[in-house]
Design a protein around this ligand. Structure first.
Ligand SMILES: C[S@@+](CC[C@H](N)C(=O)[O-])C[C@H]1O[C@@H](n2cnc3c(N)ncnc32)[C@H](O)[C@@H]1O
Length: 361
């Protein structure tokens, strides 16, 4: 039986007790329905004895659900001081299982917190199909969730932060349109840069939708709960920054032929030749569009682009919006050649010339 929480005031009464009004300017929308907060916790897969980091707990609706599920240790990261007394109340009721960190989630390193507590994680291997008994969960403001997911995907790719403990699942809320983009399959209107980045390193699933009307105050849009399970083997064998740059430029002209976006990776005098080199090697038609490419094809294109960045020093830093900075200016700057991806051997290196849709979603 999961450890029980002693009776607590209902969430609504709790909010009145601590005079916690949502600040609209900070996009604070609370989930007050415990059926929904428990549903998020179930979808995340929290089990008795697990370790959980919750980002942006606010008054603690999801936190209660996590504690009720029997988590052994819960670390919450909350930026707004106003919520701390209410969370302390919850922490006392949880008898040592709940630890509060008043910090910015974009800055605090969860792994440090877990490491300080000697989090022993036996199934932390990346190839292990079993997931580690740890989770990152959060219902954050939309303007924080978007930069945070990029930070987390970068950490996942480099196996740092929470992912130094293995394939820790991540469950976050997004405005529904973004949630659909993250999980979009190939050849779908919602397919975008973020779909490729998310699917390159994880298997994102839109687990359920929460109508905006269920939040207090209600946002104008519905909300999607997305669970990201890190892939045992990343699709890309190139560093995150190389993949990100290539994907960004290819999606720059979403409706146009893929060759147009690719050319923006190079100074004019080499664009034609080098962009076609990529497409020739991965056997992708120059006249296809970005939304019709699979994750594996992006991974293969990134591998060729990475090789080109090694052959042409400075190319990696080239930015077509700052044409005045030539390759000879860029070559002396730090990181003018990308560092190799540390887990290259773990990545599934796509064989040349095959149209690889194995991982296309
Ligand atoms: C949308 S509210 C949701 C609160 C609660 N999770 C719920 O579902 O009712 C987002 C919460 O994240 C907190 N927050 C916003 N930005 C943050 C950041 N950078 N670091 C940590 N917490 C943050 C807000 O103060 C707020 O409590």
């Amino acid at each position: 039986m999961p450890p029980r929480l002693p009776p607590l005031p209902a969430l609504r009464d709790f909010i009145h007790l601590y005079n916690l009004r949502a600040k609209k300017i900070l996009s604070q929308n609370f989930l007050m329905d415990m059926n929904l907060t428990r549903k998020i916790v179930r979808a995340a897969g929290v089990r008795e004895g697990d370790w959980v980091c919750e980002v942006g707990p606010g008054p603690g609706g999801i936190t209660r659900g996590i504690l009720e599920a029997g988590a052994e240790r819960v670390d919450v990261i909350e930026i707004d001081q106003r919520f701390i007394p209410a969370l302390q109340h919850l922490s006392e009721a949880a008898e040592g299982r709940l630890n509060i960190h008043r910090a910015d989630v974009l800055k605090l390193c969860i792994a440090e917190v877990w490491r300080q507590q000697d989090f022993a994680c036996s199934s932390s291997h990346w190839i292990d199909e079993t997931l580690p008994p740890a989770h990152v969960i959060g219902n954050l403001p939309f303007n924080i969730a978007s930069p945070l997911i990029i930070k987390y995907l970068r950490e996942m790719s480099n196996r740092v932060g929470p992912w130094s403990f293995g394939r820790v699942p991540l469950t976050l809320t997004f405005q529904l349109e973004v949630a659909r983009r993250l999980c979009s399959p190939i050849d779908n209107e919602a397919r975008s840069r973020i779909s490729i980045m998310a699917q390159m390193y994880s298997d994102p699933k839109l687990v359920f939708v929460i109508p905006g009307s269920c939040f207090v105050p209600p946002p104008k849009v519905d909300v999607g709960v997305v669970k990201f399970v890190p892939r045992t083997v990343p699709a890309a064998s190139s560093p995150f920054e190389v993949v990100e740059k290539l994907v960004r430029q290819v999606f720059h002209y979403r409706q146009k032929h893929v060759i147009k976006g690719l050319k923006t990776l190079y100074p004019e005098d080499m664009a034609e030749e080098r962009a076609h080199e990529i497409l020739r090697e991965v056997r992708v038609s120059p006249s296809t569009t970005s939304i019709r490419l699979g994750v594996e094809e992006f991974a293969a294109m990134a591998a060729v682009y990475e090789r080109q960045c090694n052959e042409v020093p400075g190319l990696f830093l080239y930015d077509y919006t700052k044409k005045k900075m030539t390759l000879s200016d860029l070559v002396s700057l730090p990181n003018s050649i990308p560092s190799p991806y540390p887990f290259k051997n773990a990545a599934r290196i796509p064989s040349e010339g095959v149209r690889l849709n194995e991982f296309s979603m």
